[in-house]
Design a protein around this ligand. Structure first.
Ligand code: FAD
Length: 425
């Protein structure tokens, strides 16, 4: 049994089903891909937790899509190979799985003509300042009707962007059963280990038995489910790749109508990923209202705004409690590194021609809740808990923040887990 259909759950279910195992996939959200509201502002409010108004106790906003495909339904489609520290520090070899996935899904940067003129100008400014900006690898195959802008993160309507729901389709085609609207509430644990899951589907309680349970409910969902099942260390500390954007007003067309994150620069000494990104048009004033009363007024220059995203390799801190309440601020060290990164982003924007008086940093947000059920603490290198037959396979297993796109690493971990369960890894 697999709980959750994000990249972790979808991948492990697909691999096991393709190998002939009987698989049941539980997903608390629904299928949205064919719905007319998919990829629209109202749709995004419907399929995100708390209608996109999920906040940590400290006021950090988390976008948490709950639907078939998990957060990949709203991701920016960026890919990053698993970092060398997986092998060096944890003895986990992921490269072959990532290489195979990249070939299968055609992961590559967008062609130069589709990277956006303003985004390319930001990258050029960074390069002129001595940084190694690179075209960002993408889970995207541009189609004839490719129509990508900041709204791409509401859900892809042109079909260019891969989504873990495609792996759910593969799993179902290979014989897996999928229950949507099915929320797992507790893993059934006896002396013999994990024996199944108790939950609710369409308001009706269910109990399903299984000889292995793989929890893949995401960085928040897995911590809550495991706590409810008696594993009380889950959710003690987390990472978020805490993110801000630094915006500036340019004397030319901004990046809003360009695909998100087409160029990136990783500064691993500082522990920061820089990229090109802006909030979608209608989300912008809502987010800026949290910055202060004057900031929603900057909405009028959205069309001429350049954005440099900063993703911070934040330290393990905070918690997710049994009710799903989240506490996650920044440590003193995080704040100091963020301040340095903001200064770098400001320099890039000025170099790209932005008016220095218009440059400001957005409020904190998090799109990579992870590291709540960490390898080396609650899990062994095969993603097994101390409970027999109970595994975890999603962003919650990260032993430390990636400060990189997560999905290719999660898919690689899931393929490795499937190989292990099938006896080959
Ligand atoms: C706006 C945005 C942009 C992003 N951009 C990128 C990007 O460009 N590249 C990248 O690599 N990453 C990106 N990410 C992050 C990435 O999408 C996530 O880190 C990744 O999807 C996490 O995968 P997961 O398997 O851990 O869980 P999720 O994708 O969160 O999936 C978990 C699933 O479990 C379900 N679930 C939760 N609780 C239960 C329960 N109790 N019972 C049943 N089902 C449950 C949820 O509904 C959800 O569908 C982005 C995220 C966001 C929000």
């Amino acid at each position: 049994m697999v709980v959750g259909t994000g990249p972790g759950g979808a991948t492990v279910a697909r691999q096991l089903a393709r190998a002939g195992r009987e698989v049941l996939l539980l997903e608390r959200g629904r299928e949205w891909r064919d719905h007319p509201l998919y990829g629209t502002y109202p749709g995004a409010l419907l399929y995100t937790d708390k209608h996109a108004l999920l906040f940590t106790k400290e006021g950090l906003n988390i976008i948490r899509p709950l639907m078939v495909g998990g957060a990949t339904s709203m991701f920016a489609g960026c890919a990053a190979a698993p970092l060398p520290w997986w092998r060096a520090r944890y003895g986990i070899e992921l490269e072959a799985y990532a290489t195979e996935t990249a070939a299968e899904l055609g992961i590559a940067p967008l062609p130069p003509a589709l990277r956006g003129a303003a985004s390319t100008r930001i990258a050029a400014a960074g390069t002129e300042l001595g940084m190694a900006w690179e075209p960002q690898e993408k889970f995207m195959r541009p189609t004839a009707n490719f129509d990508c802008g900041a709204h791409c993160m509401l859900g892809c309507r042109c079909g260019a962007k891969w989504n873990a729901a495609a792996y759910v389709d593969d799993a179902v085609a290979a014989g897996a059963e999928l229950w949507t609207g099915a929320r797992a509430e507790q893993v059934l644990i006896t002396g013999g280990g994990a024996e199944g899951v108790r939950g609710q589907v369409a308001g009706e309680p269910f109990v399903v038995r299984a000889n292995a349970v793989i929890v893949a409910a995401g960085g928040i969902g897995s911590a809550v489910l495991l706590r409810r099942s008696g594993l009380f260390d889950a959710g003690r500390g987390m990472t978020m790749d805490t993110t801000v954007m630094v915006y500036g007003h340019a004397p030319y067309k901004g990046i809003g109508h360009e695909p998100p994150m087409t160029w990136s620069y990783a500064d691993d000494e500082l522990g920061v990923l820089f990229s090109t990104l802006i909030d979608p048009w209608l989300m912008y004033p809502i987010i800026m209202a949290r910055k202060g009363p004057a900031y929603p007024l900057t909405w009028r220059r959205w069309g001429h705004t350049l954005g440099v995203m900063i993703k911070l390799k934040d330290e393990i801190s905070g918690s997710v409690d049994i009710a799903g309440r989240i506490s996650k601020g920044l440590t003193g060290g995080d704040r100091r590194r963020l301040a340095r990164a903001e200064e770098v982003a400001g320099r890039i924007l000025r170099r790209a021609g932005c008016d220095p008086d218009t440059i400001f940093t957005t409020p904190l947000r998090g799109t990579h809740p992870s590291g709540t059920v960490r390898i080396g603490e609650m899990l062994d290198a095969n993603l097994a808990t101390e409970i027999a037959n109970l595994y975890v396979c999603d962003a919650s297993v990260f032993p430390e923040a990636l400060a990189r796109p997560t999905v290719l690493t999660i898919i690689s971990l899931a393929k490795r887990l499937a190989a292990h369960l099938l006896g080959g890894g």
